[in-house]
Design a protein around this ligand. Sequence first.
Ligand code: INI
Length: 188
Amino acid sequence: MAIFEGSFAGTEKFRFAMVIGRFNDLVVNKLMEACQDCLKRHGVDIDPNGTQVDYVWVPGSFEIPLVSRQLAQSGRYDAVICLGAVIRGQTPHFDYVSSEVSKGIAAAAFQTGVPVIFGVLTTDTMQQAMERAGIKANLGWEYGMSALEMASLMQQIRLGTGNGVAQGSLASGTVQTLTAMPTDAVTS
Ligand code: INI
């Protein structure tokens, strides 16, 4: 038997999509910068004109689930990273948006079999959001790490070879064996 655990090496074969909500862009741009920094320092070519990362902008976090699911379903990516910031205001809008985005991102992953990273901050205040986007820490880095780890782990599971460093990628067409979960597997 084997241990399956994502590694952070051999990343040059992976392809990622980053879905970014423009709403609260002061926060979200900081998350994106840290996420890019993480991917770059682990060997990923983050250039939008390159071959490894596509950037997809949406109006706000509410739009992230639809677009992330479409991207995951395309079969072109080893992981989809969702970045957004939902900040509580004086209206119930926060609750609707945060609830839909979290459920929607989980559903996108379940329905496609592709890791979809939940990089959407949900905070009570702008101060709390900024503390998580650079003032104290920057969670964008953690979201990048999660994407790298999950891309690697899912590849190992597909290949049935634990303890491995990435040898090929779904996106590069060298691995053909991914079987997506049926779309009716998630009922809520
Ligand atoms: N979108 C966010 O990403 N964060 C928020 O805090 C937010 N609030 O609070 O309203 C927000 N709203 C926009 C929403 O995501 C949609 O873009 C909009 O409703 C159009 O569908």
